[in-house]
Write a protein that binds this ligand. Sequence first.
Ligand code: NAD
Ligand code: MG
Length: 478
Amino acid sequence: MALFDYAPAPESRAAAGDIASTYGHFIDGEFVESTGSEALKTVDPSTEEVLAEFAQGTEADVDRAVAAARKAFTSWSALPGAERGKYLFRIARIIQERSRELAVLESIDNGKPIKETRDVDLPLVAAHFFYYAGWADKLEFAGYGANPRPVGVAAQVIPWNFPLLMLAWKIAPALATGNTVVLKPAETTPLTALRFAEICRQAGLPKGVVNIITGDGRTGAALTAHPEIDKVAFTGSTEVGRAIARTLAGTTKRLSLELGGKAANIVFDDAPVDQAVEGIVDGIFFNQGHVCCAGSRLLVQESIHDDVMDALKRRMSTLRVGDPLDKNTDVGAINSAAQLARIQELTAAGEAEGAERWSPSCELPSAGYWFAPTVFSNVSATHRIAREEIFGPVLSVLTFRTPEEAVAKANNTPYGLSAGIWTEKGSRILWMASKLRAGVVWSNTFNKFDPTSPFGGYKESGYGREGGRHGLEAYLDV
Ligand code: NAD
Ligand code: MG
């Protein structure tokens, strides 16, 4: 039991700046109305309050945005890299200057805690723009030939779990390499992308280099199937990724996919338990578990299973669930009613299939979408909660006896985005890392991101890499 209660420590909602009641698209440097009349609403998932209406992009809107990007490509791609870099540095600095505003807006629209938007999302967003700004005039040294050429117009579709960070992962490398873009944010979190459009204007970015089209999957489908684009970059569900791959099959268009995951976080009996528990908590409860590389399957060596579970439950009991704008909140709101329903369905399946469910006692607000941090023990590899991506604050615990068994269990998934290893033994870390079929392997840490480090998956987690020097390749004609 905590000795002291926490007093409320709310961040000011007013810091988010003005939220318009309705938004159109950002095309050719201007905010324009949609050619259609359908509007969608985005809510604050912690209260269900409607924040704004925004346009459901039509095929005509997509045409217009792609045409603007195509027109801008000629001059943007002809600029010396150092000139493109200047715009990116300017955008990076404006993001830093406006980071409090953007962090609050992101928390309101997405439901994630201000502690995370302020200390993780926004610093990483700025870092991505700084990092790729630095590459813009050094592309000839990137290892892709003496005069690497951009691909052209990139269609980019992003999810709702890290709205502005996924925008940065997509737009920064595309612009640095001389491409122009049409980006569609997710339908539950369009607001920071629209605010980013303002930042493009503030930075004096030439018209048409960045276009933002809002709407749901119909708009995404129209954009990714558009005949005049040269490349698609998608982050989201494996199902939609597959549909896009089918659409592009047989064309000369390039495609990079960042899809789901079901990462193993593997704890050996020589690991420092308290540190490992911090990593387990960070791995699955960070961002409400709405993380494609979340450590959603805990593989713990049998001999320390009970100790780890005790320590984990103790630590979970201290997690503060509630108001995303409270600076003490650890776990915020689930992003949407649909996502909450999916988490509820999968956790009910976990119980029905015989796994043992536990959550700390915590009071959840009455309005909004909430799910208490949850751990399942006695999980077997065949349970749905061990196989399917839950994308919520739900951990499934399995055990192993030998390193070979840990590898076999960790790789027993159609996904392959990330993995974590907790052990004191360096040689075991290297041996495990060489055997794990995962794009990122963390050792004695989890969910560490850096713009210099490539990120991407094996198998159904997708293909192509984002971040680092490798991330340039997706936007170069090589
Ligand atoms: P989704 O794949 O449907 O949505 C992601 C983005 O794709 C959104 O912008 C959406 O509008 C767009 N989209 C939807 N249908 C499209 C289509 N046919 N063509 C082009 N774009 C389309 O994901 P979701 O429904 O928000 O979430 C469902 C599940 O996907 C989650 O439960 C989770 O398991 C997974 N997911 C993974 C990630 C990730 O980062 N890898 C992100 C979000 C969701
Ligand atoms: Mg929203």
